[in-house]
Design a protein around this ligand. Structure first.
Ligand SMILES: Cc1cc2nc3c(=O)[nH]c(=O)nc-3n(C[C@H](O)[C@H](O)[C@H](O)COP(=O)(O)O)c2cc1C
Length: 346
């Protein structure tokens, strides 16, 4: 523990609580910006994670097997502050080839106590600036950092992948943001096959495909087929899932992607289906509606090797990471298991 003295720890938790309550009063995007600025002060650190929570993955050892999902740090400037919250890895981005301003505000709203709907429109500084930011941050982070890239042309995605050469431990390809138009083309076997072929020729780090939930009947078969092509082409991992497209009149776009509690059943369905197809050929990262150690355990049982969270951190603050970590240690003790890999050998 960073603050060894118990009194100091309680004081810190109290402060964390107050900050969290104040941030909750702000509109979500302003709260997010203020939260990131506060994190740079490095007041909250949860210290070393016990080796019992270590899991070996394609991006390296992660401990705990809980990472921050893409979208929280879209610029790559906050990776080391976020790492200090106790994550086992951080996914930064998504970055596109050219900088994007994103959609007009409001582009993110709260949905009940445990959900968000966003239509950010992939605002980011462009992959060159993103890579420069990450170059400064990765070593300071001290944990594996993954870069998320997005685009709707194979050529763009390959250029983004190349721009990050030597900078990160892995690259997550985001074809699943509701902001990317033309989902039917992006998830067609032809597009995925060409993407796999082109990325294979320049491969320098593990490549992870981020898929949407299987909820949309018209895309379901295509997504499952894409996962098969991805694994068959020798790629490294799959992350399931991105947000679920829903109508939302409070957003400037009138629709957005739902995240948080209500996404969990969709995530579990997608992870189970992907796990069946992959048969261990690719690793699986689960993301969507994970708030507690029990949720994370369900994701492991469904076939995930590690998990990512976003909405839980955004709505409930850094204590979520600490609680999940402590919950996983408690689970190991209850089951009499030495470590996570013994409990979920997957
Ligand atoms: C405001 C916001 C922005 C996001 N931006 C991205 C993004 O740029 N790239 C991406 O792959 N996923 C993005 N996501 C999706 C998350 O990474 C994650 O897949 C999703 O929110 C489900 O996890 P959760 O329920 O823990 O939030 C974003 C989510 C939110 C709420």
């Amino acid at each position: 523990m960073f603050f060894r003295d118990r009194g100091a720890v309680l004081q810190l938790r109290f402060l964390e609580d107050i900050v969290h309550r104040v941030l909750k009063l702000l509109p979500p995007e302003e709260a997010h910006r203020a939260g990131l600025a506060l994190l740079r002060l490095r007041a909250v650190r949860i210290g070393e994670t016990p080796r019992r929570l270590r899991v070996r993955t394609v991006i390296g050892e992660v401990s705990p097997p809980v990472g921050l999902a893409a979208g929280f740090d879209k610029t790559g400037r906050h990776v080391s502050s976020l790492a200090a919250l106790g994550f086992g890895f951080v996914v930064a981005g998504s970055a596109t080839l050219q900088a994007r301003k994103g959609n007009v505000k409001p582009r993110i709203v709260r949905k009940g106590p445990d959900g968000l709907v966003n239509a950010m429109g992939l605002p980011n500084p462009g992959v060159k600036v993103f890579a420069d930011n990450l170059r400064r941050e990765v070593a300071r982070a001290g944990i594996p950092v993954v870069a998320s890239i997005a685009g709707s042309e194979v050529r763009e995605l390959v250029e983004c992948y190349e721009a990050l050469r030597g900078v990160v431990a892995g690259v997550e390809v985001n074809l699943s943001s509701p902001s990317l138009s033309g989902a039917t083309r992006l998830w067609s076997p032809e597009f995925i096959r060409e993407l796999v072929a082109e990325l294979s020729t320049v491969r320098w780090a593990p490549i992870i495909l981020k898929v949407p939930p299987l909820a949309r009947a018209e895309l379901r078969t295509q997504i499952l087929r894409a996962i098969e092509i991805w694994a068959g082409g020798g790629m490294d991992a799959v992350t399931a899932v991105n947000t679920l497209p829903v109508e939302e009149p409070r957003l400037s776009t009138g629709f957005g992607g739902l995240s948080g509690r209500q996404l969990k059943p969709h995530m579990l369905e997608t992870v189970r289906a992907a796990s069946k197809i992959l048969e261990g050929r690719c690793e699986l990262f689960a993301v969507g509606g994970l708030f507690t150690a029990e949720d994370v355990t369900e994701a492991f049982e469904a076939g995930a090797r590690a998990v990512q969270i976003y909405t839980a951190l955004a709505l409930h603050g850094p204590r979520v990471v600490r609680n999940i970590r402590n919950g996983l240690i408690k689970l190991l003790d209850e089951k009499g298991a030495e470590n996570i890999e013994e409990l979920f050998p997957g």
